[in-house]
Design a binder for this molecule. Structure first.
Ligand SMILES: [Zn+2]
Length: 127
């Protein structure tokens, strides 16, 4: 079915270690880039022909990662028992963004979360 995909991005800087992964097991940081993409069905557009206001998507993206800013990810609750890889980060962000999208009462669904840990390295998570 025809639909729209709308995206907004957020950034944060945080450190992690990936135990058992050569070189990545050293403490290091990334300037993480996150893109939240939501899906809006074509017949769900508002009277103003919009799906979800970009500012709403941006607010969700930013608030979803705000408490990761300048943190050591391994110590944070969402990563307890997990390695805070880009993959795991994408999944956690997806879960948080979904809750916020529902709370915002938007007629949209999470399509995918993209996480860059470096400009050339990106993970895509599709729920
Ligand atoms: Zn890393």
């Amino acid at each position: 079915m025809a639909h729209y995909l709308l995206s907004a991005e957020a950034n944060f800087s945080a450190a992690h270690t990936l135990p058992g992964v050569e070189m990545c097991d050293r403490l290091h940081g990334h300037n993480w880039r996150v893109r939240l993409t939501v899906r809006v069905e074509e017949d769900s557009l508002s009277k103003t022909s919009m799906g979800v206001d970009f500012r709403v998507i941006e607010d969700i993206a930013k608030s979803t990662v705000a408490d990761f800013e300048h943190q050591y990810l391994n110590d944070l609750e969402p990563f307890k028992g997990y390695t805070p890889s880009a993959e795991r980060l994408a999944k956690v962000i997806c879960s948080r963004a979904r809750d916020r999208l529902i709370a915002a009462g938007q007629n949209a669904a999470i399509d995918q979360i993209e996480v860059w840990e470096m400009p050339q390295y990106r993970v895509v998570y599709r729920p």
